[in-house]
Design a protein around this ligand. Structure first.
Ligand SMILES: [Zn+2]
Length: 168
């Protein structure tokens, strides 16, 4: 596989995993907090796409965040919203893995899997990376959410009694 193609696949997988993660936060905010005006920002730099719910910027590898416009006070709702990103990544990864396994079984083995190239591996790796990174209970060291608490740290703070307004 060409190096450039590998890079493109890698970036596309990263973008997909970030987007899935932020949608998880948005879904929980809508479902558990009645938030109809959540807003996802992905990346930094020049804006590529802007809608009522999403801003996508060129340097999307800088990370993403979901801004909330409504909050219910109960701790479990706040925790579920902060966990929503990671939950979405887990569900996505499991569902995607199931599809891959199904295809492999249907098509009799690794032949097809190998010819699908790096995409399946990278998509899973990107999701697992974001799951781990989001749960590390530290402020993010870089990216658009630099200095902001990770989801793991946010959950710890909610348990301690501090309310959070956004997730990254
Ligand atoms: Zn998150």
């Amino acid at each position: 596989m060409d190096f450039i193609l590998i890079v493109i696949v890698f970036l596309a997988c990263g973008l997909t995993a970030i987007f899935v993660h932020e949608l998880g936060h948005a879904f929980m905010s809508r479902l558990l907090h009645g938030d109809k005006n959540w807003y996802i920002v992905i990346g930094a730099g020049t804006t590529l796409l802007e809608t009522k719910w999403l801003m996508l910027n060129t340097r999307f590898y800088a990370g993403g965040l979901c801004r909330y416009s409504a909050s219910q006070p109960e701790k479990w709702r706040l925790i579920m919203r902060s966990a929503g990103g990671v939950l979405a990544n887990i569900i996505f990864t499991l569902a995607f893995s199931a599809v891959i396994i199904f295809i492999m079984v249907q098509q009799q083995g690794a032949f097809v899997f190998m010819h699908m190239g790096l995409l399946p591996h990278m998509l899973i790796v990107a999701n697992v990376f974001i799951i781990i990174f989001s749960l590390l209970p530290i402020p993010y060291p870089f990216g658009i959410m630099k200095g902001m608490p990770s989801d793991g740290l946010t959950i710890i703070r909610i348990l301690r009694g501090d309310e959070e307004r956004s997730s990254n």
